[in-house]
Structures are given as structure tokens and as C-alpha cells.
Design a protein around this ligand. Structure first.
Ligand code: NAI
Ligand code: 15L
Length: 277
């Protein structure tokens, strides 16, 4: 059932669909009653047999492209953009202006629900353990660690604006580290498994009238340092735990201590210079 209440196939627009998370979500968000419209600057793989996908190549910074991409769409998962540190102008153009273009097109098209990919780097200078056993809340005030982290704070604020002005349901997900497996000690705390990511997005798409929310996107890791409470309230139930990788990651290390800050290496990378992922 679409949000318009009509018993039609729903259509979800995913921006940044050719990226790491977008590619992982394509099969996981597949449903017989759902069309995935996949937008990216880069080439998106063509549909496989029976797959309900529509592919669009273009920039989310372009208003005409976004107007076309938003036609007949029920909800958006906005993943597209620069996903690490970069020059100020580039970050502003793609992540900030680009998200404004996405929200504006969504509003014009009457789309009432959008999931925005925020990041742990919006609060990268928060200290591991600062909130004790309950974990850093999803609503913790911003402490960005990079221009990139700043752009995610701006993304969250734009989402808030479009909610307050137009009543759009906007869920900002402060994604931890979404890869097939965690890479390091910090990742043992911040990992979001791809399957949990899909579970979280499904919860964001189906929860009734969420309004405006900022939530964490992490798995139920044994070493989790952020709160799953806000995501759980939306209906998310994690089934994964990074602990299965702990022995391998910790082998040969002198300390199992995570870095001081949630943002890890992003807190030390020179501003404006592309950093390793
Ligand atoms: P990625 O860098 O692999 O993918 C981003 C995609 O956006 C790329 O395919 C790129 O071509 C596309 N893109 C960039 N500029 C565009 C434009 N102007 N128009 C259309 N498409 C454009 O990033 P990833 O890992 O898939 O992350 C997805 C989102 O989640 C990003 O917004 C990122 O900041 C956020 N995020 C990811 C985390 C992770 O662990 N992977 C953690 C926290 C946040
Ligand atoms: C992010 O925001 C990046 O997009 C991703 O590439 C990872 O660096 C992730 O954070 C992380 O903190 O591990």
C-alpha cells in the first residue's frame, strides 16, 4: 500500500544507488510490490530478470533531474553525495545544496517521506563512553569532525526545516560504519551490518507518521557506544553483532581500546582533503 492510500505498487527513489550502501540495499529492499527507482551520477547495473527497477543517470544537484526522479514516488532514501572529507565548495555543492535540491523536488512532488543518510561524523567529536551505558543518544547535539561531518549536520537541519514547513516525514539516520564487516576496533562499536541497514530502512519506510527524527544506524553490537533506543522506537530490530569479528580484529593488537572520539580518524584528517574511507 502506498502512502497515498491507494492499493498500488509503491515506488521508492534511492539516490546514490551505485554507491556501497545503495548496491547492498538493492537486493535487500526488493519486494514484489515495490519499484526501486535508482539514481546516480555513475552507472547503475541494469535490471536482472524480474527485478522491478527503474534506472536514472544524473545529478541530484540538478533540479530538473530531481523533478523527473520524484515523479510518482512514495518515499525517498537519499544516500547520494560525497561520503568522506572533501573540499569545502564540493561538500557545499553536493551534500548541502544537493540535499536541498532533493528535498525541494520531493516537496514539489508531494512526497511525504524521506530518509536522509546522515553520519556518525555529524557528532564525530563526541567521546566514546560519554553517555555511559545508555549510549550517545540519536539526538545528541552536533559536534562535527570534518567539512563532511558539518554537511551531515546541515542535512539534518534541512530535513527539520522541510518537516516544520511542509509536514514531511523526515528520518535522519546517523549511520555508523556500514560495510560487509567492521574493519577495526572502532568498527566493533559502530558497525551497521548491511542486513540491519535494510531492516532499519524498512522500519523507516513503514512506521506510521514518524514526523522528524534523528536516529542512530548501528547494529546491536556488544561494544555499541550509541543508543539504539530511537531506532527501536521506529520498529527497528537488529539481528547482527560485530562481536563475531572481534577475535580476528583484536588479534595481535596491544589494546582493545577504541579511539577517543566516535569519528575516529576523521577527527584528525586535514580539513578539506580527501581522506581514506
Ligand atoms: P558511496 O560514496 O559509496 O556512494 C555515494 C554515491 O553517491 C556514489 O555512487 C556517487 O556516485 C553518488 N553521488 C555522488 N554525487 C552525486 C550526485 N551529484 N548525483 C547523484 N549521485 C551522486 O557512499 P556510501 O558508503 O554508499 O554511503 C551512502 C550514504 O551514506 C552517503 O551519504 C554517506 O555519506 C552516508 N554514510 C555512509 C556510511 C558508511 O559506512 N558507508 C556511514 C555514514 C554515512
Ligand atoms: C562515513 O560517514 C563514511 O561515509 C564511510 O565511508 C565511513 O568512513 C564511515 O563514516 C565510518 O565512520 O566508518
Amino acid at each position: 500500500m502506498s502512502e497515498s492510500g491507494m492499493a498500488t505498487t509503491e515506488r521508492i527513489l534511492i539516490t546514490g544507488a551505485a554507491g556501497g550502501i545503495g548496491m547492498k540495499m538493492r537486493s535487500r529492499l526488493r519486494r514484489p510490490d515495490r519499484v526501486l527507482r535508482l539514481l546516480d551520477l555513475d552507472a547503475v547495473a541494469p535490471p536482472t530478470t524480474g527485478e522491478l527497477v527503474e534506472i536514472m543517470t544524473g545529478s541530484l544537484t540538478d533540479a530538473a533531474t530531481m523533478a523527473a526522479a520524484c515523479q510518482d514516488v512514495d518515499a525517498i532514501i537519499h544516500l547520494g553525495g560525497i561520503s568522506r572529507e572533501a573540499g569545502w565548495d564540493q561538500i557545499l555543492a553536493v551534500n548541502v545544496d544537493g540535499t536541498h535540491t532533493v528535498l525541494e523536488a520531493a516537496q514539489q512532488a508531494g512526497i511525504s517521506r524521506i530518509v536522509l543518510a546522515s553520519s556518525n561524523h555529524a557528532v564525530g567529536f563526541r567521546v566514546f563512553g560519554e553517555a555511559g551505558a545508555s549510549g550517545v543518544p540519536g539526538t545528541a547535539a552536533p559536534l562535527p569532525d570534518t567539512y563532511y561531518g558539518f554537511s551531515k549536520v546541515a542535512v539534518e537541519a534541512l530535513g527539520s526545516l522541510y518537516h516544520s514547513r511542509f509536514g514531511m516525514n523526515v528520518i535522519c539516520v546517523r549511520i555508523g560504519s556500514c560495510f560487509d564487516r567492521p574493519h577495526d576496533v572502532r568498527g566493533l562499536s559502530m558497525w551497521l551490518s548491511p542486513n540491519d541497514c535494510a531492516r532499519l530502512f524498512e522500519a523507516c519506510l513503514s512506521v506510521e507518521q514518524p514526523g522528524y527524527r534523528v536516529i542512530w544506524g548501528v547494529s546491536a553490537n556488544t561494544r555499541v557506544a550509541v543508543s539504539l533506543r530511537e531506532a527501536t522506537e521506529l520498529g527497528y530490530h537488529s539481528e547482527d553483532d560485530s562481536e563475531q569479528f572481534a577475535a580476528e580484529i583484536l588479534a595481535g593488537r596491544e589494546t582493545a581500546q577504541a579511539p577517543m572520539y566516535i569519528g575516529g580518524p576523521f577527527t584528525e584528517t586535514p580539513l578539506g582533503k580527501p581522506n581514506p574511507l
